[in-house]
Design a protein around this ligand. Structure first.
Ligand code: MRU
Length: 348
């Protein structure tokens, strides 16, 4: 089944409303910047690469009706849109990368009439979506080489179709291996508090015909000790210069468990997730979300006494020492990361 997470149609951003899954596959059309901000904040659209595309399209929403005749006024609008979208969620590098790509292409064309700059911006945002489709497939090809027939892969959160335009990073690796007839089995860790593993990964893997078994997050150690996991593969929201990688809360737990059980632990991510200006994990801002996500089951039913305090960091950081390799669209990067990331991604 072909699934497209995000698109631009009839002057609106069309997304799958991921808060409705797995009960309903519903699409919503977003016509305003405020609507996009809310959709990002509430995780109707989520996952680092999808956020990069959403942010880029959002930049277009922010300026498309601008009547500013000159660059100075127009660029103020663009900067305001950038600031606003950037205030939605802090951790995924892709979101800021999407914004910066649009700002850069606009600046490079500042001498042109505003009407033309607008068109260039929309083309760039569409280009970002096309690039993601391509780069996820390359990640899939590089990653699938690491998988042997009948391997059992553990993953967390959702780094699949729903986190990208249409293919996925960590789950893209699985889809490619499946096409190669490797008969991969997946354990999806449910991913409390918002259950992206259960609601989204289990749903899309099932749709794609991959054998998936859902586990509660606290089952991972037992599975590993029983020898039921061959590899762990997750996505990432931000990978910094030394290879430290931020991803959904609980990823660090899995990396520690994998090391203890001598199981390879891989991260899959496109170039747009890398933040090489940040040296190490100390420079990564972790999003803190509402306690109500923890004290309830998807806001529908309280799972803690009224007034209970809750702490809810949305991400944690895997130190590079625990990562066996980073599967990118340019190849699989291994240690020493500080040198090899730059070499593989061809950065100066
Ligand atoms: O809070 P979310 O659902 O946006 O978190 C998403 C993740 O942690 C993904 O693993 C990450 O963005 C990589 S997606 C290819």
């Amino acid at each position: 089944m072909l699934i497209r997470t995000i698109d631009y149609k009839n002057n609106k951003i069309r997304i799958i409303d991921q808060t409705k899954l797995p009960l309903k596959l519903a699409y919503i059309d977003i016509a305003t910047l405020k609507g996009l901000w809310q959709a990002i904040k509430s995780l109707q659209v989520r996952g680092a690469p999808a956020l990069g595309a959403a942010a880029a399209l959002g930049m277009y929403l922010g300026i498309k009706d601008s009547s500013s005749p000159d660059w100075v006024n127009f660029s103020r609008k663009l900067d305001a849109a950038a600031k606003y979208i950037g205030s939605s969620r802090p951790t995924a590098r892709n979101l800021f990368w999407g914004i910066e790509r649009i700002q850069a292409v606009a600046r490079a064309n500042r001498e042109k009439p505003v009407s033309q700059i607008k068109k260039i911006i929309l083309d760039e945002a569409r280009g970002i979506m096309r690039e993601d489709m391509l780069s996820c497939r390359k990640i899939g090809l590089y990653g699938a080489r690491l998988l042997k027939k009948n391997n059992r892969v553990l993953t967390l959160c959702n780094a699949g179709i729903l986190a990208t335009i249409d293919y996925g990073t960590a789950l893209g690796v699985i889809y490619t291996a499946q096409k190669q007839d490797k008969k991969i089995k997946v354990f999806a860790s449910e991913t409390r508090p918002l259950l992206q593993g259960a609601r989204l990964s289990a749903w899309e893997l099932h749709q794609q015909g991959v054998e998936v078994t859902l586990i509660a997050d606290n089952t991972a150690a037992t599975l590993m000790r029983q020898g039921l996991v061959d590899l762990v593969i997750t996505g990432a929201d931000r990978i910094v210069a030394n290879g430290d990688a931020a991803n959904k809360i609980g990823t660090f737990n899995l990396a520690v468990l994998a090391r203890y059980h001598k199981i390879p632990f891989y991260i899959a991510a496109p170039q747009s997730t890398f933040d090489l200006k940040t040296k190490d994990r100390k420079g990564i801002k972790i999003e803190m979300r509402k306690g109500a996500e923890v004290t309830s089951i998807l806001f529908k039913r309280n799972s803690a006494p009224q007034g209970a305090r809750a702490l809810n960091p949305a991400f944690d950081i895997v130190p590079h020492q625990l990562i066996s390799g980073i599967i990118t669209d340019q190849g699989v990067i291994t240690a020493p990361y500080r040198v090899n990331i730059r070499k593989t991604l061809k950065c100066a």
